[in-house]
Each structure stands twice: as structure tokens, then as C-alpha cells.
Design a protein around this ligand. Structure first.
Ligand SMILES: [Zn+2]
Length: 114
């Protein structure tokens, strides 16, 4: 199988741009946590939940951004499309679904402890 590197690079660069946008939004939308919320404020609990959700999203976006950057780095190094753990070529379908994938499914499962 042969991965279309240029297409993957474009895809990854688009993803990176999208992630940068969401990260900027998530960072600026972050509620000021200190001195906020008056006593008896019915929305206080909701604010907290929103804050937790925003932090979780921020974390996911940061993690994905790192994966995308690493994938772009592998394109530069000429190692893109190869599992970073076992060195076998990644199935084409996996890269189509997840261009930033670093590992084949079985290695990924091991890394995730399954
Ligand atoms: Zn592998």
C-alpha cells in the first residue's frame, strides 16, 4: 500500500489550523474561576460543569494537536505511515480515518493498556 503523503500533509495542516482555532476559543472562553459566582447563584453549579467540560475539551485538543505535530514531523523524517512501535506499515484505512495515527491498531491497544 502507498500513502499519499501530500494529501496527508494537507489534511494534517488543516487539522492543525482547526485545532489552533478551537484552542484559542477554549482558552479565551475560559471562565474566570476566582472571585466569580455570587452566593446563592443558581448557575454556580452549571458554571463549574461548563468549566470542567471546557478544560476537558482543551486537554483533548492539546493532545490531538501534539499528535498532529508529531505526524507532520514523521512526514519530514520520511517515517510517516509506519507504526512507531512495531515498524510495520499502517493500514491505509487507518490513516484515512485518523491521519495523525502513530501506531497500528494492535500497538495502540497495547499502549492504551487493553
Ligand atoms: Zn504496530
Amino acid at each position: 500500500m502507498h500513502v499519499d503523503i501530500e494529501q496527508a500533509r494537507r489534511q494534517l495542516e488543516e487539522m492543525l489550523a482547526e485545532l489552533d482555532k478551537s484552542l484559542a476559543t477554549l482558552t479565551t472562553q475560559r471562565p474566570e474561576s476566582e472571585g466569580h459566582g455570587t452566593p446563592g447563584d443558581a448557575d454556580a453549579g452549571l458554571d463549574l460543569a461548563d468549566h470542567a467540560r471546557a478544560s476537558a475539551l482543551l486537554q483533548i485538543a492539546q493532545e490531538q494537536r501534539r499528535e498532529v505535530l508529531e505526524a507532520l514531523q514523521r512526514i519530514e523524517n520520511g517515517t510517516y505511515g509506519v507504526c512507531v512501535s512495531c515498524g510495520k506499515p499502517l493500514p491505509e484505512g487507518r490513516l484515512e480515518a485518523k491521519p495523525e495515527a502513530a501506531r497500528c491498531l494492535s500497538c495502540q491497544a497495547k499502549v492504551e493498556g487493553r
